[in-house]
Write a protein of this length. Sequence first.
Length: 251
Amino acid sequence: MQTNTYYTYSKNNKMIGHLLLMLPPLLLSSVAFSSPSPSSSPPVFDVNGDVLMLGKPYYAFSGGTFLHPLGLCLPYNTNGYTAARNDVVQCPFFKEDSRGFPITFSPIKDDDDGDDEKSRIVRENTFYKVQFSIAGKDSGDGEKEDWASKKKRRRFRPAWYLKSGEFPHQMFVAAGPKSISAQFAIKRVRLGYKIVYCVESQSSDRFPTCYWAGFIKNNGYNHLGIGLGALPVQFFFKKENDTCFKDKPCT
């Protein structure tokens, strides 16, 4: 692998890209990545066969059962296990609502979101920012709420970025400010989709290099990450407002 040919859009991603290139190739699930025009790339579909749309919230399921699927969460302390609060992890099976937080996809550049519906379709092999879509809690007293209380109920959308893992040759996906967000893409695999982290080439005749994000077991959680110990995982997307998987099977 070349050590001087890759870059990413932000300073943080550039640093992460350089760190990745220092990892032994066999420790990473790297994949070839072609870059067709966005409009020619296949759409990404949810479990109901509907296309994903930019800015819309979707659960990303990766395991569990039909009635108790496992989505993506932020860690919390349980059974003596601790983890960084901003790490992206697979929701534990014992969590009451294991669907976790929905995620949204948005263009790398904020002004790239088109006005027509076709331009807002989420497509394979296209770079996106990924963000959690987390709703604030309702106080139950809407008429008497002050401005600060109402603000707490608004959604906030921490963006995914990469950080050093617990061991060498590991990177964890974490949620934080948009200013340090990384770029991810979606690729079809078997029945579902894989999420990949991509590092672009400075040379126009080279394709980006992408690394398959998998689960790394650490501190009692399956951390989403790349590198040493990452096990491949497939994701299936489900609209946030669908009731199936929560109270009853889909009909």
